[in-house]
Design a protein around this ligand. Structure first.
Ligand code: PHE
Length: 340
């Protein structure tokens, strides 16, 4: 009876193991036969009650069955694990010979590229890059720069005033005063930054755009120094020989003041639409810092002198890349931006 019992147990277990599909099922089979309450364990547990002869025979056979089942379960476990590994391998298979998908990278805005290039060139000439506030006081934007209230020169900059009495800076020149106040000369700085003008927009006018202010202050700085620095800058910026010319001009915060013209980098003076057939492009305002500005910044104008300039970053970028509408920079139009 017991013998038959062992045999059928073995057969049934073998069948179940064969049929099992995963490790959970196998684990259940193990419990059913070899676990504490398992069938084989029960048989082994009941040996004590048997006669000696029967016990010897039964214990041998039951232990053999136990060893057999352990081996079978082990083999099946390996088999299932191998299957799982194989199907995972198939599912995760990657053809490394297929060309990859190129991730789409963003890129720097053309104005940012110009700003970086300008900074690089001036830094190579020993200038530091300085920042200033976009919301300014009337004092720094005008008065300190020798433009008192009611002075007609204020008309040169159409200004956005805030309800607080502050204003949106109309140029980067206020940073001249802010910087000289805090530092002792000699000073060599540029100030790239955003500025605001209350203007009607068109292809060459925006209400917000960018300027780069420059300032060099020392005991003996001359117009010749200015011309050398600025000519070197344009050569490096346009990567070609550039001539400049100084035209007398007027700014309240410089004396004398100049307007700087650039020999057209597009047609090299041969006359094109960018230079309006003149061979020259008006590029920036400049001059020797007015004694009143130095006084207002806390310096004695007898001891110090220097030059300052302010140029349009948008305008420089437009000339370099032959862009005919300033509004494109602020349109967010990817058809335009992706060209840079
Ligand atoms: N701030 C002047 C402008 O916005 C430019 C300038 C800067 C002129 C420095 C002279 C010196 O037009």
């Amino acid at each position: 009876m017991a013998k038959i019992h062992l045999k059928t147990t073995k057969k049934r277990a073998e069948k179940e193991i064969k049929k099992s599909k995963n490790l959970i099922e196998l684990n259940q089979i193990f419990k059913r036969y070899l676990g504490k309450q398992g069938k084989v364990s029960q048989i082994l547990g009941s040996l004590a009650k048997m006669s000696e002869k029967k016990r010897l025979k039964m214990s041998k056979e039951a232990n053999e069955l136990k060893a057999f089942l352990i081996l079978e379960l082990d083999a099946k476990t390996q088999e299932i694990k191998e299957e799982v590994r194989k199907s995972a391998e198939e599912a995760e298979w990657v053809d490394i010979t297929i060309p990859g998908k190129k991730p789409v990278f963003g890129h720097l805005h053309p104005l940012t590229q110009t700003k970086k290039k300008i900074e690089e060139i001036f830094q190579s000439m020993g200038f530091s890059v300085i920042d200033g506030p976009e919301i300014e006081t009337e004092w720094y934007n005008f008065d300190a720069l020798n433009i008192p209230k009611d002075h007609p020169a204020r008309d040169m900059w159409d200004t956005f005033y805030l309800k607080t009495g502050l204003l949106l800076r109309t140029h980067t020149s206020p940073v001249q005063v802010r910087y000289i106040e805090r530092r002792n000369p000699p000073l060599k700085i540029i100030v790239p930054g955003r500025i605001f003008r209350h203007e009607a927009t068109d292809a060459s006018h925006e209400i917000n755009f960018y300027q780069v202010e420059g300032l060099m202050l020392d005991k003996e700085v001359s117009v010749a120094n200015f011309k050398a620095v600025i000519e070197e800058f344009f050569k490096k910026f346009f990567e070609k020989d550039i001539n400049i010319r100084l035209r007398p001009s007027y700014f309240p915060f410089t004396e004398p003041s100049f307007e700087i013209d650039l020999s057209c980098p597009i047609c090299s003076g041969k006359e094109c639409s960018v230079c309006k057939q003149t061979g020259w492009i008006e590029i920036m305002g400049s001059g020797m810092i007015h004694p009143n500005v130095l006084k207002n910044s806390g310096l004695n104008p007898r001891n110090w002198q220097g030059f300052a300039f302010g140029m349009g970053l948008d305008r420089l970028t437009m000339i370099k890349y032959k862009i005919n509408d300033i509004r494109l920079f602020y349109s967010g139009d990817l058809r335009f931006l992706n060209q840079f």
